[in-house]
Design a protein around this ligand. Structure first.
Ligand SMILES: [Ca+2]
Length: 187
């Protein structure tokens, strides 16, 4: 009887352990009526996920560990631009987004780094609009993963042929890491 109970407990423990593993989903798109959400945990960046560029910045993390899985984006003094989302507006959804929210996790090795999320709009390779959301004031603690959120609105009229590019720009000259990005387009 006792053996049975031990086996039962072991089974429950095994089951809960296998369930608590961090999910390593590939980048995925999820559409709702007025909202498109795109997530990327960076675990499959080396497979060259459509709409994502600069995958050479995504590396296996040891110290610190990645926020999810094994991989995160590493920027430093020689790699200022992070893993980037790039797509034509017409390929994301019909219509023009009113707002874009970029969220994710960041690990900085320096307090209040000179760091921002950049949203760039171009048309036929010509720059059309450029916006920066600084993260320096919100990153007061170094040496830990911290969740960030940045919001962008458009004051210039956009058209479906234009291309949007979203990425982190690290001008601090120090290592800063990113993981688990989520980009939400609101229409
Ligand atoms: Ca990851």
């Amino acid at each position: 009887m006792n053996k049975l109970i031990v086996f039962a407990i072991a089974g429950v423990l095994l089951y809960s352990c296998s369930n608590s593993k961090p999910k390593t989903e590939a980048a995925s798109g999820q559409s709702a009526q007025n909202r498109i959400e795109i997530t990327n945990d960076m675990e499959n960046a080396s497979a060259v996920i459509p709409s994502w560029i600069n995958e050479k910045t995504v590396v296996i993390m040891k110290e610190p560990a990645a926020h999810s899985g094994e991989y995160a984006c590493a920027t430093n003094d020689s790699v200022q631009y992070g893993y980037a989302y790039q797509e034509l507006l017409k390929n994301i959804n019909t219509g023009i987004p009113k707002k874009v929210v970029v969220e994710g996790w960041v690990y900085t090795t320096v307090e209040k780094p000179n760091l921002g999320i950049i949203l760039n709009i171009s048309e036929k390779s010509q720059n059309y609009d450029w916006k920066a959301f600084p993260l320096n004031e919100s990153l007061t603690e170094k040496g830990k993963w911290v969740e960030f959120s940045s919001s962008f609105y458009f004051d210039k009229p956009l058209n479906p042929e234009q291309e949007i590019r979203i990425f982190a720009w690290n001008q601090s000259q120090k290592p800063i890491y990113f993981d688990d990005l989520k980009i939400s387009f609101e229409y």
